[in-house]
Write a protein that binds this ligand. Structure first.
Ligand code: LMR
Length: 329
């Protein structure tokens, strides 16, 4: 019999949490033979709603759901005890007219206690994915406050940007989205990110050969992906939820499943100095996984245009770090 894994989700009754946990419980992420114990963490005012979510999980009768633990955010160690995954969804979302970085002093402090509780209570093999914005810098705060947890266990979510970029490329090329691969997202999950169309492929061919409108690639394509979160907020009156949840699950799958040959997946990880990007910054890179270990794709070359975009987003990450230097443990 396979031992269950424990997966904590903060903000479990919020929109992204709610759109994530049933899919995790169903076996979609970790497989039909892997029992999962969900640790649902919420702020105290939402605990009653969380009871309702728990009832719904029971009512799904998922064979892969081996248990539910509920905890409030004042007792994070209880929430994260022995967890193999901590998915940090809970945070204040941005509203219309805000950039994600505007949340930095609102949400940043949440991640000091998150990091400490992960270090104190989670399983030795814990892996952490941060969704709450600004996710790169929140992830940095959590990592810096989790002494003893290796830095390569921390991820911030840029998969939503990858999925958005793939969708835009597919629509422009008139192909199904499954034909698009190898879209790396560089830098910050923000309006400065660089979605790398130069290395993207469409039906195995360079996207720049299939899409000959390079002005679109360098212009509207990049800005559409950079500003997609704001566009969703403007249209929906609330920040993306189902697509963010989907990207969270795609991130976990990207980490635990071998990456198809010739492709990559996107997440922000602790830079090891690759591509001259300052070591220690939580930076979006193209990644590959062998199913056990994740590594940064090496050997890509960048045009002067691409490098200038990467420089801008890395500078923004440095500025965000400066804003929270008092929270870095
Ligand atoms: C997104 O990209 O949709 C999310 O990060 C939410 C936001 O504030 O943009």
């Amino acid at each position: 019999m396979v031992a269950p894994i424990r997966v904590a989700v903060t903000g479990a009754a919020g929109q992204i949490g709610y759109a994530s946990i049933f899919r995790i419980a169903s076996g979609e992420v970790f497989g039909p033979n892997q029992p999962v114990i969900l640790h649902l963490v919420e702020v105290p005012p939402v605990l009653k709603a969380l009871d309702g979510v728990h009832m719904e999980l029971d009512d799904c009768a998922f064979p892969t759901l081996a248990g539910v633990v509920k905890a409030d955010s004042d007792h994070l160690e209880d929430g994260f005890r022995d967890c193999n995954w901590v998915l940090c969804v809970g945070s204040i979302p941005r509203k219309a007219g805000m950039e994600r970085g505007d949340l930095i002093r609102v949400n940043g402090p949440i991640f000091t206690s998150t990091g400490r509780a992960i270090a104190a209570a989670a399983a030795p093999d814990v892996r952490v994915v941060v969704v709450g914005n600004p996710c790169n810098t929140n992830c940095l705060i959590a990592m810096k406050n989790a002494p003893g947890v290796p830095s390569n266990r921390f991820y911030a979510m840029t998969m939503l940007d990858q999925n958005r970029a793939a969708s835009q490329l597919a629509q422009k090329a008139g192909v199904p989205v499954g034909a698009v691969s190898n879209v790396g997202i560089w830098g910050n999950h923000s309006a400065t990110q660089y979605p790398d169309f130069y290395h993207a492929k469409i039906n195995g061919r360079p996207a720049t050969e299939v899409i000959t409108d390079h002005a679109w690639l360098q212009g509207d394509f990049i800005s559409t992906v950079q500003k997609r979160g704001a566009a969703v907020i403007a249209a929906r009156g609330a920040s993306s939820a189902a697509s963010a949840a989907n990207a969270l699950l795609d991130t976990v799958k990207g980490i635990i499943r071998p990456t198809p040959a010739g492709s990559c997946f996107s997440a922000a990880v602790c830079s090891d100095g690759s591509y001259g990007i300052e070591a220690g910054l939580i930076t979006g890179f193209p990644l590959v996984s062998d199913g056990q270990q994740v590594s940064i794709v090496q050997g890509q070359t960048h045009t002067a245009f691409a490098q200038s975009k990467i420089d801008i987003t890395i500078n923004e990450l440095r500025e965000e770090r400066e804003c929270v230097k008092d929270l870095l443990g």
